[in-house]
Design a protein around this ligand. Sequence first.
Ligand code: SAH
Length: 243
Amino acid sequence: MKRYYAPALDRGVFDAEQSHHCSDVMRQKTGDVLSVFNGEGVEAKARITAIGKDEVKFEVLAKAASPRAAHPVWLAQALTKKTSMELILQKATELGVAAIAPLQSDHSVVQVDDEKSDAKLDKWRKLTIEAAKQCGQNWLPKVHVPQKPGEFMADLPKGAVKLIASLQHEAKPLKSVLRETLPALKPGTPIVIMVGPEGDFTPAEIGAARSAGFAPVSLGKIILRAETAAFFALSALAYELMD
Ligand code: SAH
């Protein structure tokens, strides 16, 4: 069954973009039954009731809710080159992260200025919607506005588990850190993992993260590309958090 996204599921109407996709691209007809998710864990079986010029309406036939993850995972990803950043957003959505916070690291080759920030954010959010549509994920990650690492670190929920993927020799293996930390964790406590850009975090950024309570974690002896490091860390977390 084709999947569509409608944040206000109970209103029974797709926005202009989903309507266009549904009627013009997928050529759905009135009476077709499809699957609609709201990005907040709810998925519905729905039937198209009207196809207008810019608006497709539907009625909900049945709803089901996917539970929220016991521990929300936040990926704080230093901005990487466009294609790898887009891949990271896609894979992080598939892996069920609760939030993606793009960080303007001093070593990020791409910097997003204020003017382009809205367009970028819009593009990234659309990418997460497309990824969630395709893989059956009913929870959409919140995509934050790009921030400096310092701003991001100053504004984290109390009690969050804070990890930074680090190549420095004092970094402890992610596996042992998770096995020490997770069993005692209260449900709902966020786990934040920071991953650096192609050129790595600067020593000052790593120092600031450590002062803010981030534990440096190693992903093994091999220097992974930024996107591989993000996939590795998120997959390991998903594995350790699996029911
Ligand atoms: N250009 C740098 C590597 C940057 S890798 C160099 O050659 O040294 C990009 C990011 O991925 C790093 O900032 C770090 O956050 C993460 N990363 C890559 N491999 C890692 C590993 N083995 N352990 C921990 N973090 C790693």
